[in-house]
Design a protein around this ligand. Structure first.
Ligand SMILES: [Zn+2]
Length: 138
């Protein structure tokens, strides 16, 4: 019997697949799939393309990555429209003529202000699950 990776509940949320090379020639490159991770760590991957299909991944994000992340394919958090709006509000101040004060429009701290950095920082979807941690604990 094969050992199955355990789901990691901390990864709940929505992710997308970034695929630079399409080996099968079916699902395409770019962002061919979206992944939902539920509160118990189980996941489902949805391929919205030519043959829309949703597949459960009881092993969660770790399974999804193990099965699909080859040839440079990665998973990343689906961009959050709320964060994009926050980042836009905290953009660098510009006045007419293209002059800039170098300060944030919203909080007037030097740009990029802490809020802008927070709203635009990519988070590793597997940051809370590291196989090395499991090995160290046993
Ligand atoms: Zn700001």
């Amino acid at each position: 019997m094969t050992e199955q990776p355990q789901p990691a509940p901390g990864n709940r949320g929505f992710y997308r697949m970034r695929r630079p090379i399409d080996v099968s020639g079916i699902s395409g490159t770019g962002f061919p799939a979206e992944i939902a991770v539920f509160s118990d760590g189980h996941a489902a991957i949805h391929w919205p393309g030519k043959y829309p299909t949703t597949t459960p991944h009881p092993g969660g994000l770790a399974w999804t990555e193990g099965i699909h992340c080859h040839h440079g394919t990665t998973l990343e958090p689906l961009p959050d429209p709320r964060l994009a709006r926050i980042a836009e509000a905290h953009s660098k101040s510009t006045s007419g003529g293209g002059l800039t004060s170098g300060l944030c429009n919203e909080c007037e701290l030097p740009h990029p202000c802490p809020t802008y950095v927070w709203a635009t920082t990519d988070r590793d979807p597997l940051a809370t699950w590291d196989p090395a941690d499991d090995e160290a604990a046993s």
